[in-house]
Design a protein around this ligand. Structure first.
Ligand code: DGL
Length: 266
């Protein structure tokens, strides 16, 4: 079981930020990544639809013999994590609890900002996770749906991106948050811009890095860590559609070229 791959999934390309963090934190693990590029985006879809899609991906990854599953997508985590954990014979880790934990550790004032897709924000999942750790925290959430297409266009520093970021983040600046949780797979790529807009006193929390640490801890606790060689050669990338776009834009997310990408329509 220790040599089995780790399953990671997302609605599309964005979860590669989580895969990248996992590669860095757990270089011996092999990862099988599934991006649901045929049905992205999940952000504006109903909780029921996101739960159904996520369940189908879990079934696919289990068939491929994964030892644990990482839900890299914030929207899937928000709507489906509980259902997936109940369904799955292997551990399932989401991105929200680790992000919330890091935010609570980082805040001085208890005034925390959260940005994410419309679905993630409407679910209230980050707010619940943060309040479970610090009941007196004041959580200010803001959906930022236009960030996903901007990042997919690689407009990380484009004036249009800056204009939109200033508009979205204004209420959070006014609320004087001292921590901003990047509650969406795509947002880590906008870090320099978001940091500039929020100012130097606001700390950005990247759920991808926190999740990789949580996964490492969980694998260790369950004695599931890979003990032998491994490395990037064993990683597999699977998408449900549009493999050329995934390969091209995915390289930006991953920070390295994507060699082989398999297409499996669910
Ligand atoms: N992966 C999604 C998330 O982290 C963003 C893209 C989408 O809307 O599907 O919420």
């Amino acid at each position: 079981m220790n040599a089995a791959p780790l399953g990671v999934f997302d609605s599309g390309i964005g979860g590669l930020t989580v895969a990248r963090a996992l590669f860095e934190r757990l270089p011996r693990e092999s990862v099988i990544y599934f991006g649901d590029t045929a049905r992205v985006p999940y952000g504006p879809k109903s909780p029921d639809t996101v739960r159904r899609y996520s369940g189908e991906i879990l079934a696919f990854l289990l068939k491929r013999g994964v030892k644990a599953v990482v839900v890299a997508c914030n929207t899937s985590t928000a709507h489906a994590l509980g259902a997936l954990q109940r369904q799955s014979p292997v551990p399932v880790v989401g991105v929200i609890e680790p992000g919330a934990r890091a935010a609570v550790a980082a805040t001085r004032t208890g005034n925390i900002g959260v940005i994410g897709t419309a679905g993630t924000v409407a679910s209230g999942a980050y707010e619940r996770a943060i309040k479970a750790l610090r009941a007196d925290a004041c959580v200010h959430s803001q959906p930022c749906p236009l960030f996903v297409p901007l990042v997919e266009e690689a407009w990380f520093e484009h004036p249009a991106a800056e204009l939109i970021a200033r508009e979205y983040l204004e209420p959070l600046k006014r609320a004087r948050v001292d921590v901003l949780v990047l509650g969406c797979t795509h947002y880590p790529l906008l870090k320099p811009l978001l940091s500039r807009v929020m100012g130097p006193d606001v700390q950005l929390v990247d759920s991808a890095e926190e999740t990789a640490t949580a996964v490492a801890r969980e694998l260790e606790r369950l004695d599931l860590l890979a003990n032998g060689g491994g490395g990037s050669n064993n990683h597999r990338f699977v998408v449900s559609d549009d493999e050329p776009h995934f390969r091209k834009v995915g390289a930006l997310f991953l920070g390295e070229k994507l060699k082989q990408v398999e297409v499996v329509p669910l």
